[in-house]
Structures are given as structure tokens and as C-alpha cells.
Ligand binder design. Sequence first.
Ligand code: AR6
Length: 170
Amino acid sequence: MIKVHLGDITRLHVDVIVNAANSRLQGGGGVDGAVHRAAGPTLQEACRKLGACPVGEVRATGAYSIPVKRIYHTAGPVWRGGNLGEPELLSSCYRQCLALARRENMRSIAFPAISCGVYDYPPELAVEVAVEQVQQYQEREGALQQVIFCCLNEQMADLYLAQLEAYIRR
Ligand code: AR6
């Protein structure tokens, strides 16, 4: 099942929450800030031990004070006009998170709108990528019981809902 949720990703009851991190895994603002605040300082230590996460890849940690099993940290691309591989890199973030969830036998995962804040990816285009990757993965593997697109505002939620409908009707 694919769902859209309006609210803070750190409050969701799922197996995995995805963090829109940066490639240095050093924490920051936006979702990253919220995840680090909610998980507590041990998360920062765990991230430091992991080192870097190249753009488009994923690294996993425990969730500490957040009551989920895992946090997947992925570094989305910074939007620079769209001709520098941004769609491929963003697709790769989703694919790598989904593949890792399968390897780790996770049943549910929540994604924020990776790259749609500080990294300036146009939301309509990012949502297209996100929905396409998740739908394709579920059609191919069907491994996850629940995938949640979590957003903080209604405009973003509406974009996901419209895109999911468009995908189903295609
Ligand atoms: N729950 C769900 N969604 C959220 C939350 C939350 N608690 N907080 C923000 N969003 P951003 P990026 C939404 O900037 O563009 C950080 O400093 C937000 O409204 O968090 O990938 C990192 O360290 C937006 O739609 O991530 C990196 O340096 C979306 O999440 C950089 O920002 C993503 O916004 C990553 O930038």
C-alpha cells in the first residue's frame, strides 16, 4: 500500500524512516535537523562512524530515541537546472532505500520529499520521480507492505496524490 501522510516524519510508526541528509552525514536543517533532534546525540556519533554518503546512495543507522527500527540516510542531489544528472541521482536515492529495506526485511518505510527543501529540486518533478520509483519497485518486487510519502504541507501532499492517481490511470 502506498500512502500520503501530512506531518512530521519522526512521529510515524513504521520500520524505517528515510532522512534527507547531506553527503557528509553531518546533520543540518529541515528533515535532517528534525531527525537528529528526535533521535538524540548518539545518532550523530553513528553518522560520524559511517563517514560519507555519496549523492544518490544510502547509509543505515539505528534510530535511538525514535521508535522505529532503522533510519536510512540518503543524500539527494542539489538542483542545478536538471541537466547535471539530478533525476538519475534522485531516482537512485529511492531505489537504493527500497532495495536496502528489502535486504533488511523491513515491512514499512516513510520517505520525506528528498531534495525538495534546501536542495531546491522542483517539487512537481521530484514527486514524479518518487512515485515512479516506488510504484515500479512495488510492481516488480512487491516487497513492502507500506510505503508512506510524508510531507509537511498540504501543497506537497496534493502533488503526491495527483501523481499517484496519474500513475494508476496511465
Ligand atoms: N517531516 C517531514 N518532512 C519534512 C520535515 C519533517 N520533520 N522537515 C522538513 N520536511 P530538506 P533537502 C520537508 O531541506 O532539500 C539539510 O540541511 C520539507 O518541507 O529537509 O534534501 C541536510 O543536512 C521539504 O519538502 O531536504 C542537507 O544539507 C523536504 O522535507 C539538506 O538539508 C526536504 O527538505 C538536504 O536538503
